[in-house]
Design a protein around this ligand. Structure first.
Ligand code: PEP
Ligand code: MN
Length: 282
């Protein structure tokens, strides 16, 4: 059977570097994105943006329109959130990524954010994929909680078919049967994606596990294993987050992650250099 995602297949071109403002995904580095689940107010965004920038994070995240499971939970500030994230990002020379929940939200998100996120619940929302692709902004495409890798790649294909080649794939956990983690973090699946496609692949350990204690070890695992980056939820006062409090980390924890990722990568690169020397000598 002919492949159903020809454009997304790695065989056809080399690994792609996706640029989103000053951030780069897939250039051989490990790109850290940090920010709150929901944009709440100016002080919150300023505090987080300052922390992400000072720690060496490459991009600021924040939700304006929240796809909450319950309609009674905080739904995000909506349009009013966008100037807050854009201003905080600009003050700290970070690009921003914001989710668009509907086609109608694409133009305003594209105006305020350098990258548009398509959330897990919308991975197969074809009109939204097409509209986001046509905005010309790079797309952060999250894997649906019950989507196969082929389905994720087919979703990416809808974006590529619009002529937008800038898609970053994100593993954010799939539905499992055990309640101790919010989802099952499919690190193996994310690595298999790297074999299947030239597109960058990052990990979201926050939504994958729902537990702040598991964020750092999974970011380190992703960095050690060769994924292209991670997106994590950071809040100045995690327990007071208006959404996803249990998985939010504070700025100090984000800094520690960034520092440890750098140390880990330095150790691994040294090993690679040594391996190369041995190969030449042998
Ligand atoms: C988010 O990143 O804000 C989010 C809602 O994630 P997901 O779509 O992966 O659930
Ligand atoms: Mn969240």
């Amino acid at each position: 059977m002919a492949s159903r995602y020809t454009l997304a297949q790695s065989q056809l071109c080399k690994n792609r570097t996706v640029a989103a403002g000053s951030a780069r995904f897939g250039d051989g580095g490990f790109t850290l994105v940090g920010g709150p689940c929901s944009i709440e107010d100016e002080v919150q965004m300023e505090t987080v943006a300052a922390a992400v920038a000072a720690s060496g994070g490459a991009m600021l995240r924040g939700g304006a329109y929240k796809p909450r499971t319950s309609p009674y939970d905080f739904q995000g500030l909506g349009d009013a959130a966008l100037p807050l994230i854009a201003a905080a990002a600009r003050r700290h020379t970070l690009p921003a990524v914001v989710e668009a929940l509907s086609e109608a939200q694409v133009p305003i998100v594209a105006r305020y954010a350098e990258m548009i996120q398509i959330g897990a619940r919308n991975m197969q929302n074809v009109p939204l994929l097409r509209a986001a692709a046509r905005s010309g902004r790079p797309i952060l495409l999250k894997r649906g909680p019950a989507a196969t890798l082929d389905e994720l790649l087919c979703a990416a294909e809808y974006v590529l078919l619009e002529g937008n080649e800038d898609v970053v794939l994100c593993e954010r956990g799939i539905r499992g049967f055990d309640g101790h983690t919010r989802n099952v973090c499919d690190l193996g699946g994310a690595l298999r994606l790297k074999e299947l496609t030239h597109l960058p692949v990052i990990l979201d350990p926050s939504h994958a596990t729902g537990r702040r204690t598991l964020v750092e070890p999974l970011v380190l695992a992703a960095a050690a294993a060769g994924l292209d980056g991670a997106i994590v939820e950071v809040h100045p006062d995690p327990d007071r987050s208006k959404s996803d409090a249990a998985q939010a980390i504070d700025p100090a924890a984000f800094k520690r992650i960034a520092t440890r990722v750098r140390a880990l990568r330095a150790a691994l690169v040294e090993d690679e250099d040594e391996a190369e020397v041995y190969a030449v000598a042998g």
